[in-house]
Design a protein around this ligand. Structure first.
Ligand code: P53
Length: 477
């Protein structure tokens, strides 16, 4: 019993949140580079405020991030020491195609990831690669309006062809779009969408989503053609919605909120636009322009597995006053009175992970892969850089226990588990360094000061023990 023998334990990062080196190796500028820290971040990531380049008044944490571009060997050695079986990372599109619409890729960028994958294999670590983790070359944003334009499908297809061929034999697990539903919630950060006055925002988002869904199906097709060993997954920002009360209207609201997110996975996994979504779009006057063959492509090239991030469950309500409190969050959710919250107000709900896993497995009947989970917290290192992060161990142990219950008690098929930000990195939501997830502490602050030195936290040895025991020993010694 317990987890499968080949269970993929590991950690996850994203290029823009850890690499830095934003203008090195021929890399082009991307949407994720120009999102600043501070009060303007939210309007920028939601596409309400135009920020297409750096300016003097803001600090842009992704420019240098934690400098993994130069330090990946040291970092991967530490992952190896923890016994990682897999390392989830993303490719920066603008390293491979600096502008996005070139015919020929940038060799420096290709070589960088080739070396990085080889470094992983030295330690027996299987790379799990997110093809796009929120990033889109700025040239594609400025010239085509990013995923608004159908041309992006072709540019993404080129990217996929190039990387699948180049990394054949080095990579076999691929995710097409990180948190594909993020296009609804943070459309500039998630998909390079910026809105002009007079735009029909919902129309633009769903048209762009269609392009991504199509691109995802095409990527799946090519991945399977290039190497039948390739396994392709979709990726959802998950977290089941609970009704605030047992009032049927609240229950119905929670179903609708779930569907808003499951919509994407329904298309990627079942290969069809679900009826509820078609009806809802029709009611809202949203008309998706499709071309001949689109629906066939979606149907023919569904994903092999379902991956998702889970940080918290969410709560829906029809109470207008309560609803008011939810504005300004990436995901609308009222406070659940039964749960504790992190320092950033993210509510902690391990059982919610088991519930979410069961929802997804019931719905799709495909293997699941938890590719993000973790606690963003303030860490206080001692003079040697050591952090006694029992709070993080408690969070992770409770979530691993819940996923074990889903596997052992409920029979969910789970391929692996990668914790988010296995090494401290820049927060996507806030741009802070202070919000840390790692087993490895990185000396850098919100303003970009620090030596970038890496040190092990208490959770480092704990996670090593969890992996060595294949999830049997979760005790904090
Ligand atoms: P941060 C919001 C809600 C759920 C998932 O988030 C999210 C976000 C964006 O903040 O994104 C994922 O860094 C994402 C990662 C991100 C991680 O969650 O705001 O895939 O890039 O870093 C954690 O604490």
């Amino acid at each position: 019993m317990g987890f499968r023998k080949d269970f993929l334990w590991g950690g996850a990062t994203a290029a823009n949140q850890c690499e830095g080196g934003y203008n090195e190796g021929g890399r082009g500028l991307a949407n994720v580079d120009v999102v600043p820290i501070g009060k303007d971040r939210f309007p920028v990531i939601t596409g309400q405020m135009k920020m297409f380049d750096f300016d003097e008044d803001h600090f842009y944490p992704a420019k240098e991030a934690i400098d993994m571009y130069h330090r990946y060997k040291e970092d991967i050695a530490l992952f190896g020491e923890m016994g990682f079986k897999t390392y989830r990372l993303s490719i920066a599109w603008s390293r491979i195609f600096p502008k996005g619409d070139e015919q020929e890729p940038n060799e420096d960028g290709l070589k960088f990831y080739e070396d990085l994958f080889k470094e992983c294999h030295k330690y027996g670590i299987e790379p799990l690669v997110t093809i796009t983790h929120f990033d889109c070359p700025m040239h594609l944003v400025e010239k085509y309006g990013a995923w608004r334009s159908r041309e992006l499908v072709g540019f993404y297809e080129n990217l996929c062809r190039v990387i699948f061929n180049r990394y054949k034999g080095l990579v076999k697990y691929w995710l097409t779009f990180n948190e594909i539903n993020m296009i609804l919630h943070a459309p500039f950060m998630g998909a390079g969408l910026y809105f002009e006055e007079g735009d029909n925002v919902e129309q633009v988002k769903y048209q762009a989503a269609h392009h991504e869904l199509l691109a995802s199906a095409i990527a799946t097709k090519i991945a399977h053609e290039v190497d039948p060993e390739n396994k392709v997954g979709c990726m959802l920002a998950a977290g089941a919605y609970y009704p605030y009360t047992s009032k049927p209207e609240d229950v119905w609201a929670s179903r609708k909120s779930d569907r808003e997110n499951y919509f994407f996975i329904d298309v990627q996994s079942r290969g069809e636009y679900p009826q509820y979504a078609l009806k809802e779009m029709a009611r809202n006057g949203i008309e998706i322009k499709m071309e001949e063959g689109d629906l066939e492509l979606l149907k023919a090239h569904t994903v092999d597995f379902i991956s998702f991030s889970y940080y918290s469950s969410r709560v829906s309500t029809t109470d207008a006053e309560l609803l008011e409190q939810t504005s300004g969050n990436i995901f609308a959710s009222v406070k659940n009175p039964y749960l504790e919250a992190s320092e950033w107000g993210w509510q902690i709900d391990p059982l919610g992970l088991r519930i979410t896993m069961n929802d997804l497995y019931d719905r799709y009947q495909k293997p699941l892969f938890i590719v993000e989970n973790g606690l963003g917290a303030v860490d206080t290192p001692d003079a040697d850089g050591y952090v006694e992060d029992d709070y993080r161990i408690d969070y992770l142990a409770a979530h691993i226990q819940a996923m074990k219950d889903a596997v052992e008690q409920d029979g969910v098929d789970l391929l692996g588990y990668t914790t988010w930000g296995c090494i401290d990195l820049v927060s996507a939501g806030t741009g802070e360094m202070k919000k840390r997830y790692g087993f490895i502490y990185v000396d850098r602050d919100n303003e970009g000061n620090g030596t970038l030195k890496r040190t092990k936290k208490k959770s480092f040895d704990w996670y090593k023990q969890v992996i060595a025991s294949n999830g049997e020993d979760l005790t904090n010694k």
